[in-house]
Design a protein around this ligand. Structure first.
Ligand code: PMP
Length: 404
């Protein structure tokens, strides 16, 4: 018998499959359980026949190129098209040379981590934050410091206090990681004033900002400003990450980074030894999908579709949740974050009971917190379940909350 354990790196040894992940994996095929645990788009929205046509054309018409190796930073036509797309949609002006196409924005997080973090470096995040970003930063050896949030996202005054205290003890922060719109998992959107404040703080304390923006292309309320930090960035301190995952299809695995030229060049070098380049074929597909207006049409369809699911979930929560459950009212993204103010209520411990007795699943919030708190919170997804499941699932969740 070979003892494989002794061959693993310390990184591999420190990564453990979590009980929660295994529990949630088991319910995938259980029809009796309503799951709010996923974080995925509703596949009913995938523009399948249009994508089939585009794929066919990409292979038959552009096959020599589309099936070939390509440039590490991404096809120039795609980078030009993304540059135009961001200008029109978000007011971001990015030269194609400042863009690196990535294999989903998850790879962008890995590239940022590998390029910026040495073991022991401090990264500041919202508390809670996106699990797989926490994972990527920790894998690179980062020490994470979390900043409190409220309904308007990260409290930037608390952020400044944290930076002051880190700097007063000789610490150094590499970057602030933020998900300004439709936060995963918190469901919040950073207010416009705080966005400006955050940029001022980054300049004052000489840190970079990593803006992770998968969600601002689909938002549910008119009149709420969702201008990205990148579009407001006078100091050239923002590294912007986005993705086709929520506005076209995550299986294509196409995301991108916008960074100051020198940083983009560094990212390109790091990406080179990760995967040479993101798949040329899906880059072609995304390129054509944007050029044909398919992505914008998808955004127009997805926005009211998810809004109506969000509304259904909020109204079910209003009907069923007792007043000691508070929850966010997201204007973007796919999640509502709930907090149960009841002595000893522990969503991690109760997940098994939720699944087996009440036939409903959620993601326990504790894993998203970088300081070990959040035991009484849960992330609830509204994009994937049907309206009926949303109503019935929230009723079951309310039963769990009241009875356990
Ligand atoms: N960042 C955030 C905040 C996310 O919620 C997600 C997807 N759940 C990602 C990054 C990764 O997205 P992808 O790799 O599919 O582009």
């Amino acid at each position: 018998m070979v003892d494989y354990g002794k061959y693993y790196s310390s990184l591999a040894n420190n990564i453990r499959a979590s009980d929660i992940r295994e529990l949630l994996a088991l319910i995938k095929h259980r029809r009796d359980v309503i799951s709010f645990a996923g974080g995925i788009p509703d596949p009913k929205l995938f523009p399948k026949s249009e994508l089939a046509d585009i794929s066919r054309e990409a292979i038959l018409k552009y096959g020599d190129e589309a099936l070939q190796y390509s440039e590490t930073k991404g096809l120039i036509e795609l980078r030009e098209t993304l540059s135009d797309f961001m200008r029109r949609m978000k007011g971001i002006s990015a030269d194609p040379e400042d863009i690196v196409v990535t294999t989903g924005s998850q790879q962008a997080l890995d590239i940022v981590a590998r390029s910026m973090i040495d073991p022991g470096d401090i990264v500041v995040t919202e508390n809670p934050s996106y699990l797989a970003a926490i994972g990527a930063f920790k894998a690179a050896g980062a020490r994470l410091v979390g900043v409190e949030m409220d309904d308007n996202g990260m409290d930037t005054f608390k952020l400044e206090e944290k930076l002051k205290s880190i700097y007063s003890t000789g610490g150094r922060v590499k970057f602030i990681y933020t998900i300004p719109v439709g936060h995963n998992p918190a469901g919040t959107t950073l207010s416009y004033d705080r966005r400006k404040h955050l940029l001022e703080i980054a300049e004052k304390y000489d840190v970079l900002v990593v803006e992770d923006d998968p969600y601002s292309y689909i938002t549910y309320e008119n009149g709420v400003d969702t201008t990205p930090l990148k579009a407001l960035d006078r100091y050239d301190r923002v590294i912007y990450l986005s993705t086709m995952s929520k506005i076209l299809a995550p299986g294509l695995r196409i995301g991108w980074i916008v960074a100051p030229r020198e940083v983009a060049r560094k990212f390109e070098l790091v990406k080179q030894y990760l995967d040479l380049h993101s798949p040329t074929l899906t880059q072609f597909i995304v390129l054509e999908a944007i050029k044909k207006g398919l992505v914008e049409r998808m955004i127009k369809v997805a926005t009211p579709y998810y809004k109506s699911k969000r509304d259904a979930m909020l109204s079910a929560m209003e009907d069923y949740f007792p007043d000691y459950v508070s929850y966010t009212r997201p204007i973007g993204g796919l999640f509502i974050f709930a907090r149960v103010e009841k002595e000893g209520f522990n969503t991690t411990k109760l997940l098994e009971v939720a699944i087996n007795k009440y036939k409903v699943a959620y993601v326990p919030g504790a894993g998203f917190f970088v300081d070990g708190s959040g035991y009484n919170t849960m992330r609830i997804n509204f994009s994937y379940p049907t309206h009926d499941e949303i109503y019935e699932g929230v009723r079951r969740l309310a039963q769990l909350v009241k009875s356990e």
